[in-house]
Design a protein around this ligand. Structure first.
Ligand code: IP8
Length: 258
């Protein structure tokens, strides 16, 4: 089986609050059909999560009774669920039976860390040829009231349990570059990334995500790569790349290894 994450940068416009990239999402859902149901899908929060969460400082937790932050928690949760239903709608229009699994229904959190994960519902859905769809969200937290669960964290828990054949991160660039490819034309694609060359990534690839800069995300991907045969990051804005990768063809990408 495979696990795919549709990054928030491909299915939303990250600069504009709550802007869904429907055409891109529809095309990617069509490409996902190549997986023939043997798959779990996760998606990022993009501009439905990061902008408001960052404005309210939700990445630092929520003090009990902090009404301003609690209001932001409720709004961010509502927004990411709205994004999730848009993704489910695109899947449905492509004849795929997506079923939503919000992170708080399968995992428990303390001090911003996942302390417990129950994969049963994912298994049950797949047994019935349904496509489980989880996503980055705000989650109740035992110690800091609410914390943020990145889709990447769900990816790691899923990879640990299911030991998939392939894990694919769908981004808005070809993979990992030595410099930010959106700012430097001469940025070079790094074909393989591991803990030994993670230092080659320039600080310029930092982003504004509340779930951390590129390097943190890569560290998590390296962890994920310990639990699967093949872990890659590819460009979802180029038509056909996701489908080709699912079908086992070589595509421009960065391979993540432990
Ligand atoms: O986009 C972030 O999830 P990610 C979740 O997968 C929120 O890192 C609520 C910002």
């Amino acid at each position: 089986m495979i696990i795919v994450k549709l990054g928030g940068s491909v299915i939303t416009d990250k600069e504009t609050l709550r802007s869904f990239r429907r055409l891109a999402c529809m095309r990617l859902c069509k490409e996902l059909r190549a997986a023939r149901n043997d798959m779990i899908l996760v998606h990022g929060a993009g501009s439905f999560g990061h902008i408001l969460a960052s404005r309210a400082g939700l990445q630092f937790g929520v003090e009990k009774g902090d009404l301003k932050k609690l209001k932001a928690v409720a709004k961010v949760h509502q927004d990411v669920r709205e994004l999730n239903s848009k993704v489910l709608d695109c899947l449905g229009k492509n004849r795929m039976k997506g079923f939503s699994i919000p992170p708080y229904t399968v995992a428990s959190f303390a001090s911003g860390k996942m302390i417990d994960f129950c994969p049963d519902n994912f298994e049950r859905l797949m047994d019935n040829n349904m496509l489980p769809v989880s996503f980055g969200d705000v989650v109740p937290d035992r110690d800091i009231t609410f914390s943020i669960c990145s889709g990447d964290l769900i990816m790691l828990a899923l990879a640990e349990h299911f030991r998939p054949e392939k894990v694919i991160f769908v981004a808005d660039v070809d993979g990992v570059f030595d410099k930010d490819p959106k700012r430097y034309k001469k940025a070079k694609l790094i074909p393989t990334i591991s803990s030994s060359n993670i230092g080659d990534i320039s600080a310029g690839t930092r982003n504004k995500d509340v779930t951390g800069a590129m390097k943190n995300k890569l560290t998590r991907m390296i962890e994920i790569s310990r639990h699967c045969e093949n872990c890659i990051i590819l460009n979802g804005n180029v038509a056909g790349r996701l489908k080709d990768a699912i079908e086992g063809k070589d595509v421009p990408c960065t391979k993540v290894v432990a």
